[in-house]
Design a protein around this ligand. Structure first.
Ligand code: 1PR
Length: 586
């Protein structure tokens, strides 16, 4: 995952890895490294004999917990790289690059890791780079650059071109076209793997010998490279469910990688995602439960007004992963009043879930600056960092993003200090979702309000033909003077990578998504929009994907209430969402 540059030391202080205390601070200026082949004479390769150990190069600029969890899940132990010699003595090295290209290169250069890495790779020792771990192998990157890379493969890392309406980041499940035998990618032709990135490398005559697969997203880009024992993938195997785990397994069991015949290539297409959402809160007995509201009201209104309890968060998330969910989202729905770092069970939920769930995990609720009773100040970046460290791939900001957007629209100034801006600057915009909780407000004419309206498909109670969508904060409790359209455009400019578009009117009703709203927002922005609220039948997913350009659909109640006919209709109660959406929607 790429992100804009980090703080002047290259790596934010809250992103410490075992490597970081060893680093010296160069004052923050980018200092291109010398070609690695000239400065590594003192290093020598010495493979260790521990076969079940995987060496992990974590330079501390983001969450590699999922990679760790996946490696452990497959039965391997992890040894962290502490010094360049650890790279040289590795039996197999996994390099899950995260963060910004320049910051990663700065860390690698400062402590001699870059030279060791080049030497290890040039000696054809087993290597797997992931995402930025692929991009760093190339000559340079345009990400806040140009910035020099390791220079092992010809090519420049550039940004996807969004000028013709392509949604950037490229987030989601896409297929790859295998172009060359690659032990680790056998059998994945036509299968979906999970991508999340804004930068990519294009195939060229100079790098064609390295390419083992390409992917189409607006253009054909390199999705993996292979040469001998050197592999790198642009997608995230640790987030690609069973397919991804099988890729990792093949790499880790290097002896099992055999040359296979090539499958014939098919054009790929980014799949529409289906996301399972778990609204989580503490009930009146103090237990953390999954709940679900009707238009955001989560109390039963019988049996003593109890908070609806639909099960335990970790168990339900694990079940939805097994059933085939493309992503899982946790929304801590009382986070606006309960400070999440005081809410340690939520962090524990993430830690436990990420041990067994290998698709992207998003967490939201309460991401804002906070001062506790003793006067200790926590920045929203600290809150987000704790979520990332605990296993989240993305965080979702609700109320705080509304207040930030209002201020931005009022002043026209990007302060760089809001939660949204800070978190997306450090972790990349692909890691920041803005969750919008709008309420439909009917009007007779677009001139009646200063906000963008739509002509509604179904007129309002008094025959009104138009509506605007008022943003709310604090779980729908407070309406704000800003429309969903204005908010969406503002947060895109401020660094949001995705929009989770709820609708209070439709939430929990099972009557279908608000197509008018989703069309309005998905056409207003170039970042992916997740349609949410109202799914009650398979047809509702088909409808939202056919009628709008939403990139994903999120639902809760339909998955929690297993009585829906389609649940039984699928073999063994297994909901292979990717397949049913492809069959029914596209
Ligand atoms: O404001 O940054 O603390 O974030 C709070 C987060 O919690 C926001 O993302 C907000 O949407 C969410 N939230 C707050 N209160 C509630 C509530 O229900 N009382 N849940 C709430 C919102 C909406 C969806 C829901 C879909 C699909 N839940 O995420 O899961 O509407 O439901 P359906 O398929 O059953 O119709 P902050």
């Amino acid at each position: 995952m790429e992100a804009p540059p980090l703080s002047s030391s290259g790596v934010a202080s809250h992103l410490r890895s075992p490597l970081l205390p060893r680093l010296s601070n160069t004052g923050g200026t980018w200092n291109p490294r010398k070609p690695c082949s000239k400065s590594k004479k003192h290093l020598s390769i010495r493979a260790s004999s521990q076969d079940s150990t995987v060496t992990l190069l974590d330079y501390g600029a983001g969450n590699v917990r999922s990679v760790r969890n996946a490696i452990r899940y497959l039965g391997f132990d992890i040894k962290d790289v502490q010094k360049p010699e650890d790279i040289l003595s590795a039996n197999r090295l996994v390099f899950p690059g995260v963060g910004a290209f320049a910051a990663a290169m700065e860390v690698l250069n400062q402590n001699g890791m870059a030279d060791a890495l080049c030497m290890y790779i040039e000696k054809d020792r087993p290597f797997l780079g992931i995402c930025l771990g692929l991009q760093l192998l190339f000559e340079s990157s345009e990400e806040n650059g140009p910035v020099k890379g390791l220079g092992l493969i010809p090519g420049v890392v550039g940004r996807f071109d969004s000028s013709s309406g392509l949604r950037v980041p490229h987030i989601g499940w896409n297929t790859v076209q295998i172009t060359k035998d690659s032990g680790i990618l056998d059998d994945i032709e036509g299968q979906h793997v999970y991508f999340v990135h804004s930068y990519r490398v294009l195939p060229s005559d100079a790098n064609k010998d390295w390419i083992s697969s390409t992917c189409n997203y607006g253009e054909s880009f390199i999705s993996s490279i292979t040469r001998g024992n050197i592999h790198a993938v642009q997608f995230h195997p640790e987030k690609s469910g069973d397919v991804g785990l099988s890729i990792l397994r093949k790499f880790l069991n290097t002896s099992s990688s055999k040359t296979k015949k090539l499958a014939c290539g098919k054009a790929s297409k980014l799949a529409k995602r289906v996301i399972s959402c778990l609204d989580v809160r503490t009930n009146d007995k103090g237990d953390l439960v999954v709940t679900k509201g009707d238009q955001y009201d989560v109390r039963e209104h019988r049996d003593g007004d109890e908070v609806r309890n639909l099960g335990k968060p970790v168990e339900l998330a694990g079940q939805y992963y097994k059933d085939g969910a493309d992503e899982v989202s946790f929304l801590n729905i009382t986070g606006f009043r309960d400070f999440p770092l005081g809410d340690l069970p939520m962090l524990q939920v993430l830690r436990c879930t990420s041990e067994n769930v290998f698709v992207p995990l998003t967490v939201g609720g309460g991401i804002r600056d906070f001062t506790d009773g003793s006067g200790r100040h926590y920045s929203s970046l600290e809150v987000a960092s704790e979520y990332f460290r605990s296993g989240a791939d993305k965080i979702s900001i609700g109320s705080d993003a509304v207040l930030t957007a209002e201020e931005y629209l009022r002043t026209g100034v990007k302060t760089g200090k809001s939660s949204l801006e800070q978190i997306s600057r450090v972790y990349g915009n692909q890691a920041v979702v803005v969750s919008i909780d709008p309420r439909r407000m009917y009007v007779r004419s677009p001139d009646d309000v200063e906000f963008k309206t739509v002509k509604v498909t179904t007129p309002g109670p008094f025959g009104e033909e138009y509506a605007w969508y008022q943003c709310t904060v604090s779980g729908g409790r407070e309406g704000r003077p800003i429309g969903a359209y204005e908010l969406a455009k503002a947060v895109e400019e401020l660094g949001a990578g995705e929009i989770l578009l709820n609708c209070i009117d439709c939430d929990g009703q099972g009557q279908g998504f608000d197509i008018d709203l989703i069309k309005l927002i998905s056409e207003a922005v170039t970042i992916p929009v997740i349609a949410s609220s109202g799914a009650g039948a398979v047809e509702h997913f088909s409808e939202v994907f056919k009628k709008t350009s939403a990139s994903a659909a999120l639902a809760a109640g339909i998955f929690h209430r297993k009585e829906k006919p389609w649940w039984n209709w699928l073999a063994d109660g297994q909901v292979c969402w990717k397949i049913f959406v492809l069959l029914h929607a596209l």
